[in-house]
Design a binder for this molecule. Structure first.
Ligand code: GYE
Length: 305
């Protein structure tokens, strides 16, 4: 290819690429699969990976990114835990001439020159798919439908967008969101918040959980309250990780919108292109589907996460 890449070496690939990756945490099955995908694909691509887990705290992610800048890595990739508050650290990376690639979650910085590209799902679309299933499911009913919502991490792109997409589609006034609270994308919190919802609300028809893990925690709460998940309370969630798909096949969840965590190979590919000075699209959207209970039974044996 020739030319000079940002690390100042010839483009022939003789200098090792070092990636600093600032992960959100290990909050869910999705995240575990995502981390594995990134680690495995870095190895396969011959990219040296420096990896940090921020335990869902923005300040830890900022610290990790700052340390990657000091270590003069070739590229920084990260999944921003929340959307806001990244401009300063992104400017520091830009001043140090280290390209940044966003994966999985977006930032709301108006200055798009602060990062090279954003690879990940369309979370609004996911919320719409979840809502559409609900609308279709209740299309012949005139009775009110009481919905509770378990939101993802407050301020995160998937929580904001999955909520917004759902609201865009679920517009009929018979649908009532009677309670909505964050469960921080974890099983433990999903269970705890669902227990509180059940205590406060005698009639809950539907649970919309922003990820499978919160739905799985909520299932424990529902069973603990003597109700049947998937029947007494219909459940919709997002991700389609293995345990979620199993619960769907078992009839405890009714519908799951897929969100793929397998972003590693595309991330390594984009990294090599960026460092070679090639043009990359500003936005790369992951391809996804959704599953009913019957489809989950069929898909389960082949699932990779
Ligand atoms: O849906 C959830 C995880 O950002 C898409 O984060 C990701 C979300 C995923 O904790 O399970």
């Amino acid at each position: 290819s020739g030319g000079t890449d940002s690390a100042g070496t010839s483009g022939s690939g003789d200098k090792k690429i070092v990636m600093g990756f600032a992960q959100v945490g290990a909050e869910s099955g999705w995240r575990t699969a995502n981390t594995k995908s990134i680690q495995e694909s870095a190895k396969e691509a011959g990219i040296e990976l420096k990896f940090s887990d921020a335990q869902q705290k923005q300040e830890n992610q900022i610290k990790a990114i700052r340390s990657y800048i000091q270590q003069k890595v070739s590229v920084i990739a990260f999944s921003p835990v929340v959307e806001s508050g990244w401009d300063t650290i992104l400017k520091e990376a830009k001043n140090a001439k280290i390209p940044v690639i966003l994966t999985d979650r977006a930032v709301d910085s108006p200055d798009k020159s602060l990062y090279k590209t954003f690879l990940g799902s369309d979370f609004v679309e996911e919320g719409k798919k979840a809502g559409q299933w609900l609308v279709d499911q209740y299309k012949d009913s005139k009775d009110p439908v009481n919905i509770v919502q378990l939101e993802g991490t407050t301020g995160s792109a998937p929580a904001n967008d999955r909520k917004a997409g759902f609201e865009q589609v679920v517009t009929d006034p018979k649908f009532k969101v009677i309670a909505s609270q964050t469960g921080d994308f974890t099983r433990a919190k999903g269970k705890e918040v669902m227990e509180a919802f059940l205590k406060a609300n005698p009639k809950i028809d539907v649970l919309y959980a922003h990820n499978d893990d919160m739905a799985l925690g909520a299932i424990e709460a529902i069973e603990g309250a003597g109700k049947v998940p998937g029947k007494d309370i219909k459940i919709i969630s997002v991700d389609a990780v293995h345990d979620g798909m199993q619960a769907l096949a078992d009839g405890k969840i009714n519908y799951i919108v897929e969100c793929s965590p397998l972003l590693g190979p595309q991330l390594m590919d984009l990294t090599k292109k960026v460092l070679a000075g090639e043009e990359v699209p500003a936005r790369v959207v992951t391809e996804e589907t959704a599953f009913t209970q019957e489809q989950a039974k069929q898909a389960l044996p082949e699932r990779k996460y």
